[in-house]
Design a protein around this ligand. Structure first.
Ligand SMILES: [Cu+2]
Length: 106
């Protein structure tokens, strides 16, 4: 019985590790990291602001806009359509990033 409990706990504890591999872009030192992120269609990207400054995640083509993200704010966006999405920070237009969305394989 104890062994089963241990196995169950091990399985439960390992679950969050898988979640941490979710696509994430960190905003730090006035830059998006990674500057280019490749995902599959249907995936959700989490943007995390680790800077002292406010930033935005704004699509160059206007298809998405996080609005202002303060320090430690996170913002998520799901990309359903394959393509290359360039984005920038409206407050610091020199900050640029790209999300490459590949068609999901059936
Ligand atoms: Cu910015």
């Amino acid at each position: 019985m104890r062994l089963l409990t241990a196995l169950f706990l091990a399985a439960a504890l390992s679950a969050p590790a898988a979640a941490s591999s979710a696509p994430t872009v960190t905003i730090q030192d006035d830059a998006f990291s990674p500057s280019t992120l490749t995902i599959a269609a249907g995936q959700t990207v989490t943007f995390v602001n680790r800077d002292d400054d406010a930033h935005t995640v704004t699509a160059t083509n206007g298809s998405f806009d996080s609005k202002g993200l303060d320090t430690h704010d996170t913002w998520r966006h799901r990309f359903d359509i394959a393509g290359t999405y360039a984005y920038f920070c409206q407050l610091h237009p020199f900050m640029k990033g790209t999300i490459v969305v590949k068609a999901a394989t059936p």
